[in-house]
Write a protein that binds this ligand. Structure first.
Ligand SMILES: [Fe+2]
Length: 181
């Protein structure tokens, strides 16, 4: 289930708030400039659908978001269950970093967890199928796909040449509880 928790940086293991309520999640994330939404999952989308089929199934909301945010490119990323290089893949985004453009993700299936830093607190958003999360450019964050990663997500890019992580070199992520899907 989609869950949001708010943790003080000083005491990561003692959340100030834990909620699974959609309206509360939207409101809480809005206070730090992060957009959260839910899109209806098409009933006819099979689990082994290829990228083109996924993008066709979500054509309307994808196009709406592209126009609204002037995103130039969209793709689909798939991490299948039992993926060979799971630990390395997971480690890639587990340290605090920023991007010079938005990180916008829609979860088609599976799950993953974003840790969003706002000064002295971190908002932890565990996302699942149907969830859209939009992290604005420049926000400190990290992502945990869990020990047994599994997800398919639509990614939106401002510039077609893509987006890269800029490490903050702050080891804060090590002090936070990992994501357990
Ligand atoms: Fe990122």
């Amino acid at each position: 289930m989609t869950c949001l928790s708010v943790h003080p940086v000083a005491t990561p293991l003692s959340p100030l708030l834990v909620t699974t309520d959609f309206t509360a999640i939207v409101a809480e994330l809005r206070t730090i400039g992060v957009l959260f939404d839910r899109w209806a999952t098409p009933v006819n989308l099979s689990a082994d659908a290829d990228s083109e089929t996924v993008l066709t199934a979500y054509a309307k909301p994808v196009e709406y978001l592209r126009r609204a945010r002037a995103y130039q490119a969209v793709d689909v990323v798939k991490v299948p269950r039992g993926v060979e290089n799971a630990a390395a893949l997971r480690a890639k985004f587990m340290s605090e970093h920023t991007h010079s453009e938005d990180e916008a993700r829609f979860f088609v299936e599976g799950a993953g967890c974003f840790y969003l830093r706002d000064d002295d607190k971190v908002l932890v958003a565990a996302c699942e199928a149907g969830d859209l999360l939009l992290i604005p450019a420049g926000m400190r964050h990290w992502f945990d796909m869990g020990q047994d990663p599994f997800f398919t997500a639509i990614r939106f890019f401002t510039r077609p040449e893509g987006w890269m992580a800029i490490p903050t070199d702050d080891p804060i992520a090590e002090r936070f509880p990992p994501f357990e899907a």
